[in-house]
Design a protein around this ligand. Sequence first.
Ligand code: GLC
Ligand code: CA
Length: 562
Amino acid sequence: MKKAWWKESVVYQIYPRSFQDSNGDGVGDLPGILRRLDYLKELGVDVLWISPFYKSPGGDNGYDISDYQAIQPEFGTMEDFDRLLAGAHARGMRVVIDLVVNHTSKEHPWFIESRSSRDNPKRDYYIWRDGKNGGPPNNWGSNFSGSAWTLDETTGQYYLHTFGDFQPDLNWDNPAVRQEVFRMMRWWCDKGVDGFRMDVISMISKTPEMPDGERKPGSSYGSFAPYVVNGPNVHAYLQQMNREVLSQYDLLTVGECSGLTVDQACRYANADGTELTMAFQFEHMDLDGGESFKWNTRKIDLVELKALLTKWQKGLEDRAWNSLYWCNHDQPRIVSRMGDDSTPALREKSAKALALCLHMMQGTPYVYQGEELGMTNVPFGGLEDFRDVESINAYHELTANHTFTPQRMLECLRYKSRDNARTPMQWDSSAGAGFTTGTPWIMVNPNYTSLNAAEQLARPDSVFHFYQALIRLRHTHEIIVYGSYDLLLPDDPQVYAYTRTLNGQKLLCVCNLTGRPASFALPAGFAGARLLISVGDAPSLDGQVTLGPWDGFALLQDNAEL
Ligand code: GLC
Ligand code: CA
């Protein structure tokens, strides 16, 4: 397998709004991140992915950009960004920025021009259509509720927005749009950034016919997915981007690819390097979804999870490269979702077991801010505690059409809302959690008084130090990066166990991902193997291994008989 720095890295995602405020306005900012670089260095991560900090009206916390080459003043200045980039590089960490080019803000100058008249030269930068029968061009629903089309009175046509009405979709079929994006990307690369996380990149190419979509259950809208996700020209456009931009630099490029299949991933992230270096798939995050999209309080089934992640591990082997994640700014906290946050002890054990299970796999691990502390979901009260446009719109739509009662919808939001990931980073036990001296833009999780970085840095057996150890193991053991993966016990409802194999070495990772005791028969060939790390007490390593709730371990056998 070809080696690459981005295969050997661990990435840390920063959501700037919620990471560290430096001036007391309650909003995290770039100088705040700069102040915390030593913390990130101590954790040991190699790459920082920073979510959007560009000029933006903030309707989707920066995923609605009005100037790709300017900084939103509440996040700081371009000089602050340059200092941050230099500070990260000086500490040996790379910086990956968010590329949000499926859509812009409706305040982007391109859109302001585009909407001004039907014959404006930028008209074709966006996707405009005539209405049908006094309504929108088709029945597509937006990802943020309502129709995916909004009528613009000035010209009497509708523009497409797969997300909010303030996020018009760019028309990638227009070669001028592609050149604008490529020029902007080169500008950031020439500044020295080390890569891009590409927002909903699997959606940039739309089927021109745009037929009605199949009606979503409980909704009056149809799904655009078959005509938008992995659309007809997406690979051609990414190959062009690769030829004209990416291949000219040494970058980590990760596509956020909703609707990704293994076969599609082998194109987006193909080993020949003609498109991106890796992609995010969503299938494991969708395991607890269903009829009403993600809005429910269901639990992920472990046997299904094992089958699914194994499909990705085996399916991409030697053909593409996996991204490994439990958390990001769009997902609830994993310890509340799959672990147990009911007591501090169970919270820490389950956070560690989940981390171990993911970090011993093949692929590049992503750690989302606060995950390394085992940060949890948030005890939000009513709708007024939420800030996220997706959550608020869904609440209104799904209670108005009686899919859910308000009480039930709030339960779903408390479990699944993206705001669970977006409350301030818990640095210490002072008021404002060390995040801000002012009033935070979204509530702080009240558990900050005991769950915070300062407490964990001072305690050797903390979740922080466990993540630090996992990252260090990946840096010192090639088998964790490159070894091939094989699942054991596919039907065991409690234990996730797998091996990794490389050059005569074998690694065994075993995790009890339940709160009940479990037992595991040590496979032949691991007698006398070295314990790399464990959750809970070091196991006795012969015959039948007893695992307490959320216990786990990894073993390395140097002279494995293969
Ligand atoms: C991606 C982002 C999400 C955003 C959406 C629209 O899914 O991760 O936060 O709301 O795209 O840009
Ligand atoms: Ca601030």
